[in-house]
Design a protein around this ligand. Structure first.
Ligand SMILES: C[S@@+](CC[C@H](N)C(=O)[O-])C[C@H]1O[C@@H](n2cnc3c(N)ncnc32)[C@H](O)[C@@H]1O
Length: 302
């Protein structure tokens, strides 16, 4: 992985990374995968019109959204989207979009659900990204957000034993490695509220993400315990991962499912004309590539 710099904040660039092979496949993370799936299923409405899967990666979780008529897989990594496309196929049901969360190319009010799982830990300007997401959603749309919790048991213990300098109880995000952040639940609640979301439910997930436990306790037992504990996140969340269900509130663009799907990330115009291998913006003239069924809004064509 590398770090890409443009006129937006820096982006953690997974282009060409082995995220699927090196992190998930045969790497002993069945427990994490299974409990995350349980959490999402508890929070996302089972059916809907169009779901925006933000930071979709190689589409690890996309099968959970089978009840939606259309799913937009959006990610900065073209190569991970190609992996997703190879498995899920081309066609009307899945739309593949290479784009930056800081400059979403999705028109206002065109999605009735969105997810952002294992992604916001790479975001340095959380309010900016949440604002972009909010604009793409219809009133009352559901947005499921997962974030890495700064105030988790392990961090608290390490802090009390003086093996960690940063305070897990203070609300500011902690960047423990370049472009890797843990967030305090209060910070995230404020950021969500400020962007026009009302948090309806919170789950504490992945309490048993410990090598020793995973080695000696059957995965099905850990998953069952996690499932049972997740709802306690509504009262106290000290788990490494927190899932929230948020509803789009406040002034909002009207539902616009049948209007244009994209807007130009450079000028915001929805007048994008499709030619064979590109979209040309009627507002500013910028051209965006469309290659092998993947829309590429990261950088305009020269
Ligand atoms: C840890 S992976 C998670 C992928 C997927 N959500 C999952 O849980 O399997 C993080 C993903 O976020 C994407 N990402 C990070 N920063 C981004 C940005 N600024 N815009 C779009 N995608 C971004 C990366 O390309 C990567 O696919």
């Amino acid at each position: 992985m590398s770090i890409s710099q443009s006129h937006t904040p820096e982006v953690m660039n997974y282009e060409g990374s082995g995220y699927k092979k090196d992190f998930w496949e045969g790497k002993g993370r069945d427990y994490e995968d299974r409990v995350e799936r349980i959490a999402i299923q508890r929070l996302i409405p089972p059916t809907g019109k169009r779901l925006l899967e933000l930071g979709a990666g190689f589409g690890r979780l996309t099968d959970l959204y089978d009840g939606y008529e259309q799913v937009i897989l959006l990610d900065y990594s073209h190569s991970l989207l190609q992996d997703a496309q190879a498995r899920l196929g081309k066609g009307e049901r899945y739309i593949y979009v290479a784009a930056n969360l800081y400059q979403l190319p999705i028109a206002d009010g065109v999605c009735d659900a969105a997810t952002l799982i294992r992604v916001i830990h790479h975001i340095s300007d959380v309010p900016a990204v949440l604002k972009q997401i909010r604009s793409a959603l219809t009133p009352n749309a559901v947005f499921v957000l997962e974030f890495a919790n700064k105030r988790n048991f392990k961090a608290i213990l390490r802090y009390l034993l003086r093996r960690q300098s940063w305070n897990p109880f203070s609300s500011e995000p902690i960047e423990f490695v370049k472009l890797n952040f843990d967030f305090h639940p209060h910070f995230m609640a404020d950021a969500l509220g400020g962007a026009g979301f009302a948090t309806k439910r919170r789950l504490a997930v992945s309490y048993f993400r410990l090598g020793i436990l995973k080695r000696f306790v059957p995965t099905s037992v850990l998953v069952a315990l996690d499932k049972w504990l997740q709802p306690t996140g509504g009262v106290m969340a000290y788990s490494p991962s927190v899932f929230t269900k948020n509803v789009a509130v406040g002034s909002s663009p009207v539902r616009n499912f049948d209007g244009p799907l994209f807007k130009c990330p450079a000028c915001g115009s929805t007048a994008l004309m499709k030619q064979e291998d590109r979209l040309t913006c009627g507002g500013c003239g910028a051209q965006w590539a469309v290659r092998d069924g993947i829309y590429d809004f990261r950088e305009p064509l020269k």
